[in-house]
Design a protein around this ligand. Structure first.
Ligand code: GLC
Length: 513
């Protein structure tokens, strides 16, 4: 209503004083709350058409530029096959003695030599450190006819200043949480065997010793890298002088997940995590694990696949946004594959693209808000909501507004498209890695066809509306000789740590008798 443009002939008539006065008066009377001004248009229709064309052109040009940027996130079948091939090369490098020290995918032996057989029995404590929270669990496992697993657990937050403070502070905090849990359960004097799920790369020489190679994800506590984390925990317990624990096993979350799922399905010989971080483990032939003596049977290998690409072998598919996320992370240059896949980083990739689009004037009217400058604003939970098919565009807009991003409907469409491009690539890359693993197992066993189950855990996998489907399809496409079933792990790391502890206790007892 503010600038109605009028036809030229009409304008002449209009300019007659009497007509315009009457018109103004009538309009004021009809819409007293609006301030309506009449502006005389110079060659309105011609210019107007030109403006309409220019705006349409700008929008189509914008779409073209947006599409061109997002095209970098679209990987072809060929590119994904390449990723699978490169993963296989890195797997071999990690397993071989001569290349192990320089290998980026570390292929760490776990000293877990078999999956559960149902004879596991007893009461165990489990600790779970490595995601967003720290958990302490009491796990009761019964074998035979009364076969069951009962769990009690309590979740404790780890403040960021503890994650990134000194090692002593971190382990003192952990021990104080354990103390609280033992009081809560009334089992302080019991000295139960304990399994420690510690979800970081550890060089193990036995089931109950693990030297932390380097922190990943959001952790950075000092004086821990290069140390045996079981010792750090024992020292923390000693410092507190309040209770004692019998630490039997240190376990990666992938291994815990595999064991939990294998307890239900003996075909499960792979563990996968797609949560804050991403990683996988699987049962490898002892003869291929050159870092451990002996050729008989199998051992679970913690791949630490998050570090895939740290030698530059994925650089051709990394975008400027991946590089920006890496540059500003706690461990720049490290965990490059993980940074393209997992929950802690996907939101950051999205945020970097949105900042770029805003700077280029495609979004948010070109205004970079405080919210958009906030790191980690797009948590997995929000990405998952934004991409949900059941959500109308208006609801996407509401979510963005809740995050402090004042968006129009057009903005919301673009944000959703960006999220889709980033999460789809993540799922495909993860699938390409998994395809390499299943084909390796198939070849190890000299099979034309392999049926295998993967135990999976992690918030991104569980919450995201499309991630799992895209990942499964990619594995199918890239490893057509394998039938892969994905089994969602319920409470994987805690239960798995207890199962491994049970096996550890049995072996230890057998040695002593
Ligand atoms: C990181 C850790 C790895 C863990 C994964 C999933 O990649 O280095 O040990 O399994 O996150 O939590």
């Amino acid at each position: 209503m503010r600038r109605p443009e009028l036809d030229r002939t009409f304008a002449l008539w209009f300019s007659s004083h009497r007509y315009s006065r009457r018109l103004h008066k009538t309009v004021r009377r009809l819409v007293p709350d609006s301030d309506v001004r009449f502006l005389l248009s110079e060659s309105g229709s011609g210019k107007g058409a030109a403006f309409v064309t220019a705006v349409a052109y700008r929008l189509s040009e914008q779409h073209r530029l947006i599409d061109a940027t997002l095209a970098e996130f679209k990987l072809t079948h060929e590119q994904l096959l390449q990723v699978k091939k490169r993963m296989r090369i890195e797997i071999e490098a990690g397993l071989r003695k001569k290349s192990h020290d320089h290998a980026k995918v570390k292929m760490l032996p776990t000293f877990v030599r078999s999956t559960p057989d149902g004879t596991e029995n007893g009461d165990f404590l489990a600790l779970d450190l490595g995601g967003t929270n720290f958990r302490v669990l009491l796990v009761k496992i019964r074998s035979g006819k009364r076969r069951m697993v009962e769990m009690h657990n309590k979740i404790y937050a780890i403040p960021i200043e503890v994650m990134q403070g000194t090692g002593e502070e971190l382990f003192d905090h952990i021990v104080s949480c354990i103390s609280d849990f033992l009081d809560y359960m009334g089992i302080k004097g019991a000295r139960l065997p304990l399994g420690f799920t510690f979800s970081f790369p550890c060089k193990q020489t036995s089931l109950d010793a693990g030297i932390l190679l380097n922190w990943t994800k959001g952790f950075k506590a000092t004086d821990c890298e290069g140390e045996d984390v079981v010792n750090l925990l024992r020292e923390g317990i000693k410092r507190r002088e309040e209770f004692d624990l019998d630490i039997v096993a240190v376990v990666n979350d992938t291994v815990g997940t595999m064991m939990t799922c294998a307890y239900e399905d003996p075909n499960c010989e792979i563990g996968l995590i797609v949560g804050t971080g991403s990683n996988a483990c699987y049962m490898e032939e002892m003869r291929n694990i050159e870092m451990v003596e002996g050729d008989q049977g199998r051992m679970c290998v913690n791949m630490e696949w998050g570090a895939f690409g740290d030698n530059g072998c994925l650089d051709d598919i990394r975008t400027i946004y991946d590089k920006a996320v890496d540059d500003f992370s706690l461990n720049s240059g490290k965990q490059r594959y993980e940074k393209m896949i997992s929950g802690m980083y996907l939101g950051e990739i999205v945020r970097n693209i949105l900042i770029d689009f805003t700077k280029r004037g495609f979004l948010f009217r070109g205004q970079i808000s405080e919210a958009l400058k906030t790191r980690s604003i797009f948590e997995t939970k929000f990405l998952s909501q934004i991409e949900s098919d059941r959500l109308a565009l208006l609801q996407v807009r509401t979510i963005l507004q809740q995050l402090g991003l004042d968006s129009t409907c057009d903005d919301s469409i673009i944000v959703k498209t960006v999220c889709g491009a980033v999460s789809r690539r993540a799922a495909q890359l993860c699938g390409a890695g998994m395809a390499a693993v299943v084909d390796k197992i198939r070849e190890n066993r000299g099979l034309e066809h392999l049926d295998i189950t993967v135990g999976v855990d992690g918030t991104l996998y569980k919450l995201h509306p499309h991630f799992s489907k895209v990942m499964h399809q990619t594995v199918k496409d890239l490893a057509p000789k394998c039938d892969v079933t994905f089994l969602l792990s319920e409470d994987g790391s805690g239960k798995g740590a207890a199962l491994i502890t049970a096996v550890g206790c049995r072996l230890r007892d057998a040695e002593h008798n």
